[in-house]
Structure formats: structure tokens, C-alpha cells
Design a protein around this ligand. Structure first.
Ligand code: TXD
Length: 319
């Protein structure tokens, strides 16, 4: 049986880490694509040379030509530019929207049967635009944010309760940004919901509220520490978890930016919701009950995503 093929569009911080993880986990052969000449080739060669030591079997190739992604089973997109000082949100949106257009066309031409995971920010608007530009079926195009945001929430909760991260599950829904919605009621330690743990005296509502806020600010906290660039290890791991669920038909239930066709009362947009990922791509959008502040927080987040989509439409009326 031929090895699977993983194409990574964008060979920067996350792209390089994705290549490393895909090789270490032997998910398949890897093509690292970037518009910068030499960068993906250099990273691929370096990673390939770690193979004899690690003992993984995977071919790694750097590319500047979309033809090299031909027949990819999975495409993970990190291509784009980060926000620089003096640049408005709309400036960034305009540039990354153009990037999504060229990436979408490349995928449509060379990897139309792939499962596509977008990571580029602003995430919910970019994955929506990428699906439109590529023309791939909506169940084959998804965005990574919720797995990362939930992992941050889980890490902070595990520290607070002094338990293994393995036993902490958590859900963060909504758009990726300040308005994301960490759901305490759906977060648990070995099945014990966080509100029950508060009642049991394991923590206080104030401490959990502070953790919810730290989760929302999780990306900014790391940007503030790094000074140049944003988080890349945890974002890459999160996208690999999604890719693995598709490639191995694991049917994981993960929070992902997914296309909605009436679920949650929303249509024709992408936002973070629980989904099942298996061999069919996004096989199911899971509609969970949202109450009170959960519902109003989710609605607020949805409106923020719609605002970004409107800004995209103003820049590119073909959307
Ligand atoms: O949860 C999430 N979704 C995120 C998103 C968490 C962390 C970071 N998130 C976003 O991912 C971040 O805001 C960026 O938009 C992407 C990629 O982050 P990364 O840290 O990997 O950015 P880099 O290192 O700047 O890499 C981007 C690469 C760089 O090598 C460029 O040369 C390349 O993208 N690039 C392109 N590649 C292909 N095609 C085009 N047009 C292109 N333009 C730039």
C-alpha cells in the first residue's frame, strides 16, 4: 500500500513543526510548500536527516511549485503573513485573503480530493474563504483553532487541579479570537464536570473565571513572551490530531471550525463547533445544548466572525 501524502502549504514556524510531527508519527510522505525559495527545501532536508536517528520512514520534500502537492491526501494550510506594527486588521485580511485565493486554486488543481485543514488567521474567515476559492466540498475543508484553545484550557485546568492533563477534557467553541467560548460545564476531570469540582472544593469560581480569561488570551500571552512570532508547537500538534483522525478514520469528536448548514441556527459560515472527523472528513456536526451565558457568548462570537466575513466580502466581492 502506498504511503499517504501530506502537503503543508506554508513552511514557516507551524509548517516546519507540522512536517516534523507528521514524519515522527509516520503519517505519510511530506511535501512542504512555500513561496520563499530554499526555505522549504532546507527544512525538509534537515528533517529528513533526523530520520536515521529517529528511525522514521517518510520522504520529505520542499517545494515552490503546486504541482508537487499532486494527489495529497491531507493539506494543512499555514500560509500567510502575520500582523505587523501599523497594519490594520483589514490590511492583514486583504493580504491573507489573496494568499487563500492562490492556495485554494493550487489545491483545486492538484489535490481536489484532499482533506484540508486551515490554520491561517483570522481563522474562521480564512477557512470560509479557502473553501470558496478551492471549491472543495464543505465537509472536506475545516479549520484548526478549537483543539488548540481547548488544549490551553485543559493545560490550565490540569495545573489548577493538580491532575494529569490526560484526565482533563474541555471544550472551547465559537470563533478563534477574543470572543471564543470556553465551556466550563462541558469540561471535566475523568468525567467529573468542573462545576462539580468547584462544589467539591477543588477550586473556586473566581479561579476558574481567571482560567477562562487566560485561555481566551492564550495566543496573546505567548506572542507577548516571544516578541516575534506566535505559538507554533501546540498549534501544529492540534492540527496533526485532526489530520490523524481523518487518515486513520478515528472518528474523534473535536472542536473545529466547521461549515454550518443550519446547525446551531446558522448557515453558510464557519465557526468552531464539536464535529466528528473520520474517513469521510467532517462526518457530523454535533449540536450541544447551550444555555444562558454560553448561548449569548456563542452568539457574540458568531457576530464577530460575521463581521470578518463582511470585511472579506468588501475586499473581494466574488465571495
Ligand atoms: O489556532 C490557530 N488557528 C492559530 C493560527 C494559532 C497560531 C498561529 N495562527 C496563524 O497561523 C498565524 O496567525 C499565521 O496566520 C499562521 C501561520 O503561523 P506561523 O507561525 O507558521 O507563521 P510564519 O512562520 O510566518 O509562516 C507563514 C509562512 C511563511 O513561511 C511565508 O513565506 C509563507 O507562509 N507564505 C506563503 N506560502 C505559500 N503561499 C503564499 N502565498 C504565502 N505567503 C506567505
Amino acid at each position: 500500500m502506498a504511503r499517504k501524502k501530506i502537503a503543508l502549504i506554508g513552511g514557516g514556524q507551524i509548517g516546519g513543526t507540522l512536517a516534523h510531527l507528521a514524519a515522527l508519527k509516520e503519517l505519510g510522505d511530506v511535501v512542504l510548500f512555500d513561496i520563499v525559495e530554499g526555505l522549504p527545501q532546507g527544512k525538509s532536508l534537515d528533517l529528513a536527516q533526523s530520520g536515521p536517528v529517529e528511525g522514521f520512514n517518510a520522504k520529505l520534500k520542499g517545494a515552490n511549485d503546486y504541482a508537487d502537492i499532486a494527489g495529497a491526501d491531507v493539506v494543512i494550510v499555514t500560509a500567510g503573513v502575520p500582523r505587523k506594527p501599523g497594519m490594520s486588521r483589514d490590511d492583514l485580511l486583504g493580504i491573507n485573503l489573496k494568499v487563500m485565493k492562490s492556495v485554494g486554486e493550487g489545491i483545486a488543481k492538484y489535490a481536489p480530493n484532499a482533506f484540508v485543514i486551515c490554520i491561517t488567521n483570522p481563522l474562521d474567515a480564512m477557512v470560509w474563504a479557502l473553501q470558496k476559492f478551492s471549491g472543495l466540498p464543505t465537509h472536506m475543508v475545516t479549520g484548526m483553532a478549537g483543539v488548540l484553545d481547548s488544549a490551553r484550557f485543559r493545560h490550565f485546568l490540569a495545573e489548577e487541579f493538580n491532575v494529569s492533563v490526560q484526565d482533563v477534557t474541555a471544550f472551547v467553541l465559537g470563533g478563534h479570537g477574543d470572543t471564543m467560548v470556553p465551556l466550563t460545564r462541558y469540561s471535566a476531570v475523568a468525567g467529573i464536570p468542573v462545576p462539580d469540582l468547584i462544589k467539591m472544593g477543588w477550586s473556586t469560581q473566581e479561579k476558574i473565571d481567571a482560567i477562562v480569561q487566560r485561555t481566551r488570551d492564550g495566543g496573546a500571552e505567548i506572542v507577548g513572551l516571544l516578541k516575534t512570532g506566535s505559538a507554533f508547537y501546540a498549534p501544529a500538534t492540534s492540527a496533526i490530531e485532526m489530520a490523524e483522525s481523518y487518515l486513520k478514520d478515528k472518528k474523534r469528536l473535536l472542536p473545529c471550525a466547521s461549515f454550518l448548514a443550519g446547525e446551531y441556527g446558522l448557515k453558510d459560515m464557519y465557526v468552531g463547533v464539536p464535529v466528528i472527523i473520520g474517513e469521510g472528513g467532517i462526518e457530523k456536526v454535533v449540536e450541544i445544548d447551550l444555555q444562558g451565558e454560553e448561548k449569548s457568548g456563542f452568539d457574540h462570537s458568531v457576530n464577530a466572525v460575521k463581521g470578518l466575513m463582511d470585511a472579506c466580502k468588501a475586499i473581494d466581492p466574488t465571495l
